[in-house]
Design a protein around this ligand. Structure first.
Ligand SMILES: Cc1ncc(COP(=O)(O)O)c(C=O)c1O
Length: 397
């Protein structure tokens, strides 16, 4: 007899995955034989650089790595991470106490609310923002308070606009620059303001630096840890997924505040044994090896960005060029919601984009495009959209 197996209340209250329906719609179109240009996702299209692949191939043959890894990861990787932060950002990190190795940034971001907040506590979240922040908050049964990211503020939160009653209750805050989905970047001054706000209200800061390597027009994105006092209030999450095209490898790390790192290590001691040692060895090779692959990748994304924004301009779709990340955040023509507009583009142009509403209420009015296909395909997407003639009719000039 098959028994009834209800899911736990915890699972039942997880947020619904907004983008699952988009993935299904795109899948159905492709199955129906349409040539869909999918700009709706954030999956890097380039391969992992050869020297990193070779490093894992060599390391995979080492029997040392066929045994369990040390619980909290290999010290050689933590030392490589400290060397990387010193070299790239001039930030001094104690590899033994200020680094935790993660199974991808997503895992760390979901673990952090479990480590740091109690049911009912307030967590400040950017809106629009990366939906995985919501997952950890839901698992911790905490309460989200949204920080609107508005174009007029350069898509940075306005701390003055957060009521003191909310700030007083907040225990944790998520930030992410270069930003998904808006493509905005932060300044050192903004991070200094963040440290002051966090210190005033006792809020732990998690800066998600997933797109840390991807800044355009010769501007290198700023690390949160470059701000004075940042380590007193928070951590930064850095993933190999975007910098080194290693999204499938599941490797990332947290750096910064010793107490938060300790909390992550404690939770992870209960959840896993650390990553496959060969992956850790290759990750260290990525951080310490030649970095021309990163420079070339950023140049590739910048060329795509330039081609895409220029093509948009030709069809009358005026959009600002992102200053970092590999996303463009585009205003939706007047009279359509972001979901309706995304449906029109998929149905009539066979171009998939992500509706802004999926990133939060303040994402309404925008769609997100991932610059994760070659320039010719990006231009073709814009040409197809241009043929719909939507922009002459709908955009108010
Ligand atoms: C803003 C942001 N943070 C974190 C991640 C997670 O990266 P990963 O889990 O691959 O390290 C992503 C991936 O798309 C992202 O866009």
């Amino acid at each position: 007899m098959t028994i009834e197996i209800p899911f736990s209340a915890l699972l039942e209250q997880l947020p619904k995955q907004f983008f699952a329906s988009l993935v299904a719609k795109v899948g159905a179109k492709i199955k129906a034989g349409c040539d869909v240009i999918n700009l709706g996702q954030g999956n890097p299209d380039q391969p992992t650089p050869k020297h990193i692949v070779e490093a894992v191939q060599r390391a995979a043959a080492n029997p040392k790595y066929h045994r369990y890894s040390p619980f909290q990861g290999y010290s050689f990787l933590k030392e490589a991470i400290a060397a990387f932060y010193a070299r790239e950002y001039g930030v001094k990190i104690d590899p033994a106490r200020e680094v935790a190795i993660l199974f991808g940034g997503k895992a760390g971001l979901v673990e952090l609310p479990l480590c740091l907040v109690n049911p009912g506590d307030v967590v400040l979240v950017p809106d629009p923002g990366y939906p995985d922040y919501w997952s950890g908050i839901a698992l911790a049964r905490a309460r989200m308070e949204m920080m609107p990211l508005l174009a007029e503020n350069g898509f940075l939160p306005d701390y003055e606009a957060i009521p003191a009653s909310v700030a007083d209750q907040a225990k944790l805050m998520f930030l992410n620059y270069p930003n998904n989905p808006t493509g905005a970047t932060a300044t050192k001054e903004f991070f200094a303001e963040t440290v002051a706000f966090a210190g005033k209200y006792g809020v732990a800061v998690v800066h998600d630096f997933a797109y840390g390597a991807i800044g355009f027009d010769g501007r290198k994105p700023v690390s949160f840890l470059e701000a004075d006092g940042a380590k007193d209030v928070g951590v930064e999450i850095y993933t190999f997924s975007k910098t080194y095209n290693m999204a499938g490898w599941r490797v990332a790390f947290a750096v910064g505040n010793e107490r938060i790192i300790q909390a992550l290590e404690l939770l992870q001691d209960h959840l896993y044994v650390s990553l496959f040692g060969a992956v850790q060895e290759a990750a260290a090779a990525a951080l310490l090896g030649p970095q021309d692959c990163v420079t070339e990748l950023v140049a590739l994304y910048e060329a795509r960005r330039n081609a895409f924004i220029a093509a948009l301009c030709e069809i009358g779709w005026e959009a600002p060029a992102p200053s970092g990340s590999f996303f463009a955040w585009l205003p939706v023509p007047k009279g359509l919601s972001s979901a309706e507009f995304a449906d029109v583009l998929l149905e009539r142009a066979h171009v998939a984009v992500a509706p802004g509403i999926g990133f939060g209420a303040h994402g309404e009015g925008y769609v997100r495009v991932g610059l994760l296909t070659d320039e010719a395909r990006l231009r073709e997407a814009v040409e197809r959209i241009g043929r719909l003639g939507l922009f002459e009719k709908i955009f108010e000039k």
